[in-house]
Design a binder for this molecule. Structure first.
Ligand code: ATP
Ligand code: FE
Ligand code: MG
Length: 340
């Protein structure tokens, strides 16, 4: 089964062809990072204009690279929520038109579901699993298990305020680093010391809170500047890495203790983070309830940030779960910007 997938929820225009939910025949990503850099963040109106310019060439390239014709395609998948409304609309309208004109059923896909299922590319995932989605807008923890042949994703917890990627980007801005800040902080931290030793936020259950960490660092930087003391970007980067990675690690450790967990899946842009990858490999030293080693999976870099391959894979599992049967031929699917 071949799925042609579209992703335009933020500032990446991406089109992919996915075979049987596993094999990525093509995955073309056109990113606008360089355009939005000078504004210090994504400008929604500019993003949607660029999607309009990019979508046709990206689609053409993805189809060519996959060696498929439109009549080889069984389904068209498209991100319809959450994201920037103007950006979402470009992908959705393009996919709808293509679907209608060629009589290929349309599958709307939740972008965060896409991030979750990016872990299933190139991997035979052993369930039950814990999935952590850490991106620019989300910090969500899921328990994923199989029931009656269906894959269930239960949201265990989420951030009550800022997302992890957002925290990286905001601190980067304070330090005068370019957008997106995550990769810069990741690099700088290698030569830094954890001088701030920030305390863990107290949040019950599986939820997270990162805005206090941001305030703490902002106050520290302002105080140092007021006193005329030098501020080491490397040390702040290292301190931020340590607190964030430890908070995420601890919540997952709790889940491993409380639940039957065979695999840890990490997805979203922040899953590219070096310290996160290093620290999370420690989970492999923990044994499952069946006395086997816990597996830890990070997606390949091209599937960490926004891409259409993950949308095609999520659509495949949605279909398998039969959750969208009624929607397949409907063209009244809307773009919805909010996360729910
Ligand atoms: P969402 O998926 O929630 O709608 P998004 O699609 O904008 O948000 P992604 O593209 O998945 O998010 O991820 C982008 C985020 O990942 C940015 O905040 C960026 O700073 C962060 N990021 C990328 N690489 C790293 C890294 N090495 N370390 C930390 N953060 C990183
Ligand atoms: Fe994303
Ligand atoms: Mg992005």
């Amino acid at each position: 089964m071949k799925i042609l997938a579209f992703e335009t929820s933020c500032d990446e225009t991406s089109v992919a062809v996915v075979e049987d939910g596993k094999k990525i025949l093509s995955n073309i990503i056109s990113t606008q990072i360089n355009i939005h850099k000078e504004f210090g963040g994504v400008v929604p109106e500019i993003a949607s204009r660029h999607h309009i310019e990019n979508i046709l060439p990206v689609f053409t390239e993805a189809l060519e690279k996959s060696n498929c014709q439109l009549n080889d395609i069984d389904y068209i998948a498209v991100t319809n929520t959450p994201g920037l409304i103007g950006s979402l609309l470009v992908g959705l309208m393009f996919a709808k038109s293509l679907s209608y004109a060629n009589n290929i059923p349309l599958l709307p896909v939740n972008h965060i579901n896409g991030h979750i299922f990016s872990s299933f590319i190139d991997n035979d995932v052993k369930l039950p699993a814990i999935s952590l989605v850490v991106s620019g807008g989300h910090t969500n923890l899921y328990y994923i298990y199989e029931e009656n042949g269906k894959i269930i994703t239960d949201l265990l917890g989420e951030t009550l305020d800022d997302a992890v990627g957002e925290t990286y980007d905001k601190i980067a801005r304070i330090l005068g680093l370019e957008y997106p800040g995550g990769p810069h902080i990741d690099k700088l931290s290698v030569n830094g010391e954890d001088v701030l030793k920030i305390k863990k936020p107290k949040v019950d259950g599986y939820n997270f809170s990162f805005s206090g960490i941001k305030t703490f660092i902002t106050n520290y930087v302002n105080n140092q500047k007021m006193k005329g003391n030098p501020v080491s970007k490397e040390d702040i980067a290292k301190s931020l890495q340590e607190i964030i990675v430890n908070v995420l690690y601890d919540k997952i450790l709790t889940a491993i203790k409380e639940k039957d967990v065979k695999t840890i899946l990490v997805a979203g842009g922040v899953s590219a983070n070096r310290r996160l990858r290093e620290k999370f490999s420690e989970f492999k030293n923990i044994k499952t309830d069946q006395n086997e080693q816990i597996e830890v999976h990070f997606p390949k870099m091209e599937y960490c940030t926004d891409n259409a391959a993950m949308i095609g894979v999520a659509a495949y599992y949605d279909l398998k779960n039969n959750s969208q049967v009624e929607q397949r031929k409907q063209y009244d699917v809307d773009a919805i910007s909010t996360k729910n």
